[in-house]
Design a protein around this ligand. Structure first.
Ligand code: TXA
Ligand code: MG
Length: 343
């Protein structure tokens, strides 16, 4: 199959919409990461997503909508907190868990009785959903286990020859996947942190809880609220270690470990802040500590670069676990299998 990368002109969006309506897959930009979309009502089309990604069948997909009127047929109830959160943060980088109706095939929900729904903030994404005339099931458009794609080029690296079309909408604004929230209970629970931060949720509805697995690995056989937590995502081939502590200690320790790896014949890299002094060592920049949104925006491209450059060891600077820093640390933590050194 030839994979066409096209600019999202109205004509191409119409064509992409008809491919989706026809049961095909199209990769498209969102404000978080690129998605790999299929008609959410068509179990066979959804099956193609799992095939193209090499994704385990027990990991459910998020359903993308372009307006709230599309929700009622997909769910059996709208939790009260969900109403407030939708009004506040949609369209935007937030997925909410609803009790699902029969309109959602098992292939989408992976056998759960719930469905994650999101209205993306990206105009191209919403135009595509409208053009297709159906809700779009879409995971991140990477091969399973690779970092999520934040550019059309990343999608092409992973999906070339597997899908007919990629809509190229340029770089993603947020750069990390949406915040997944289970707002069915009294207190909304964040299952996956993202651009809508715990602080923002708390401010909107008065309370918030973090799932215990956000900054901890899942042990074998353990039950989780969100199946995606079980999988070692975003894992570069390089051994990845995170260092947390005062900037002086972190920089000194990273430099020591870097030099030792080099002396041992390895090829180390640093994921660090550009205002920290690493001499002439190879640094993939996370921006500056005052702007954790830059780290969010750059992390996945940096993790991909480690592989392209054949790095053997990645030494990463930790971020504070507040604001979007929590989402960065969740993804970095999983890339490092939560190997975090406290200095
Ligand atoms: O920003 C995003 O959410 C991107 C873009 C394309 O919208 N999509 C995305 O999808 O990241 P994916 O499939 O890569 O990640 C979906 C995550 C998985 O961790 C999955 O386990 C969780 O959401 N999830 C989906 N449906 C769920 C449900 N019903 N209950 C709990 N977790 C769910
Ligand atoms: Mg993903």
């Amino acid at each position: 199959m030839i994979t066409k990368v096209v600019k999202p002109t109205p004509d191409q969006i119409r064509l992409a919409g008809s491919l989706i309506a026809d049961g095909q897959l199209v990769a498209f930009p969102t404000e978080t990461v690129y998605g790999l979309g299929a008609n959410a009502r068509d179990a066979e089309a959804v099956g193609r997503i799992f095939e193209a990604k090499g994704r385990p069948g027990d990991n459910p997909l998020i359903v993308h909508i372009s307006c709230e009127a599309e929700i009622p047929p997909l769910v059996v109830a709208i939790p009260p907190h969900a109403k407030e959160l939708m009004a506040r943060f949609w369209p935007g980088p937030m997925t909410l868990i609803f009790p699902k109706s029969d309109a959602i095939p098992d292939a989408v929900s992976a056998g759960l009785d719930t469905v994650g729904i999101r209205m993306p903030g990206n105009d191209i994404a919403r135009a595509l959903i409208e053009a297709s005339g159906c809700p779009i099931a879409a995971p991140s458009a990477n091969r399973s286990g690779r970092p999520s794609p934040t550019s059309a080029q990343h999608v092409l690296e992973d999906m070339n020859g597997r899908i007919p079309m990629i809509l190229d909408g340029g770089a993603c604004e947020v750069g990390l996947e949406s915040t997944v929230i289970d707002a069915r209970g009294d207190v909304p629970v964040i299952l996956r942190p993202g651009g809508i931060t715990p602080e923002m949720v708390k401010e909107a509805v008065g309370a918030v809880r973090l799932d215990e697995h956000i900054m901890a690995p899942v042990s074998e056989g353990e039950r989780v609220r969100s199946p995606g937590m079980k999988y070692r995502h975003y894992a570069p081939k390089a051994r990845t270690v995170i260092f947390e502590g005062t900037p002086e200690r972190v920089v000194r320790t990273i430099c020591e470990r870097y030099d030792a790896e080099l002396a041992a014949g390895g090829l180390p890299a640093i994921l660090g802040f550009e205002n920290h002094d690493y001499g002439d060592r190879q640094v993939l920049s996370l921006g500056i500590p005052e702007h954790p949104d830059e780290a969010a925006n750059r992390l996945f491209a940096a993790l991909r670069e480690l592989d392209t450059e054949g790095r053997t060891l990645a030494l990463c600077e930790a971020l504070p676990l507040s604001g979007i820093g929590l989402a960065v640390m969740n993804r970095m933590g999983r890339a490092a299998a939560f190997d975090i050194v406290h200095l």
